[in-house]
Design a binder for this molecule. Sequence first.
Ligand SMILES: Cc1cc2nc3c(=O)[nH]c(=O)nc-3n(C[C@H](O)[C@H](O)[C@H](O)COP(=O)(O)O)c2cc1C
Length: 183
Amino acid sequence: MRIIVLSSSPNKDGLTAACARAAIEGARREGAQASEIRINDSDIGMCRACGNGWGTCRDEHRCKVEDGFQKVHQDIVGSDALVLVTPVYWGEMSESAKALTDRLRRCEASAGENSRLQGKPIIAVAAAGDSGNGLVSCLASMERLIQHLGAQRFDMISVNRWNRPYKLSTIMESAAGMARGLR
Ligand SMILES: Cc1cc2nc3c(=O)[nH]c(=O)nc-3n(C[C@H](O)[C@H](O)[C@H](O)COP(=O)(O)O)c2cc1C
């Protein structure tokens, strides 16, 4: 079973990275083949809203903009489950998480019940390292994304600098539980 952890911070040693490591550890503990994709290193540009707002995403369920998105999209489709970890920026997902998920949503939500993420379990993690403000709005946008993808909202986890120690354990246990459920 293959679990992909999508992390979306430029910081390789911050709170987001710690959350991603915890998810990988939990998933591997239950025998999953878990790996991280750092979105910031994946050369994924923003959606160009081709045509009058829709491009090949609507009818062919693929993005015609050739960059790192294609490979990550394939990896996501080929996975059994996902963990999406974002730092909270301005109460929202980070720009790199938005770039990926905006394009992913267009390709998959437009397929309706044939979304290749239909029923796929996803753990959403929002890491707010400053005031902690904006966690709820960030998770709300992640929830909307999961709904649009037709995926399964396995868990929605908020992390801040005060609850970090026990929330890292929570993420590990959540990923382990998700992996167990896939056996
Ligand atoms: C542009 C920007 C906006 C941010 N907005 C928020 C915010 O709304 N709420 C919050 O608690 N932290 C905010 N932060 C802090 C980040 O959530 C915090 O630094 C987080 O830990 C970043 O993850 P990292 O440790 O992986 O870099 C912001 C940081 C940046 C760079």
